[in-house]
Design a protein. Sequence first.
Length: 304
Amino acid sequence: MAQIQVVGEALADIVDGVAHPGGSPMNVAVGLGRLGHEVTLTTDLGDDEHGALISAHLADSSVKLAADSYSQESTSYATVSVDGVGDATYEFSLSWDLPQGVASSEAQLLHTGSIAGWLAPGCEKVLEAFEASPADQLRSYDPNVRPQLIRKRSTAVKQIEKMMSLSHVVKLSDDDALWLYPGWDCQRILDHILERGAKLAVMTFGARGATARAKNTEVMVHSRPVKIVDTIGAGDAFMSGLLHGLLNSSLAQALTAKGAALDQSELEFALTQATRCSELTVLTSGANPPRLEALNESLQAQIS
């Protein structure tokens, strides 16, 4: 299994008055930890009740908390509302900064996403970490846009596209795509991301599945019908499942090598694993990505 560094926000999701660990990058770190990888999370926590809740959650999922991840500020939180079909909306109270920046790492993968990639002042330090990343370190990014937190759209789009250009793998949802590129279809958006410099562009469509495109390869995987409790953390579970699939194949090395082609069957299987992680997550309340045994059992059941 791979060594992975995740950089980004960790916060408390308040659902029906109860606090749950949340934050897109933290959810991805937890998902990867549960899938057996050696993961370190660099984040911004307060020394308070919510911070302790998140720290315990990370430890339970075998995720290490990087040094200097605690600050003098309170731990950020989001109040979550779930509608009649399980879709979640968020109202935030947060700050995002990394007083000590991001320590260099020899990890095989560097990942970030969501608020950490575009909210100042912390986003500048995330950008610096991606710019300083060695050529053979796989870099991944999920914009996971939160429009209600964005004051100036043009500035956020510029920051997001800069992060895309520094990443080998970019995953975005159809909602992200609609906000970033209104009026564009899926093919145009994926092509645009590749033209920015990414090697693999992936778009998710909720219950309809996902599409992945590289220079000479494109695959689509459909989701299976499942009974949805809520969609909290579903996109993050997809991201951790996708990265797990890339790292456990020849794809990760191909993505960092100049001119290397991606194996289409391996890419389809990576996308299948990502979709399955998302499906398993929506079966339970909150951001609760599957552990490796559950993912493998689900994949084996499909083969059988």
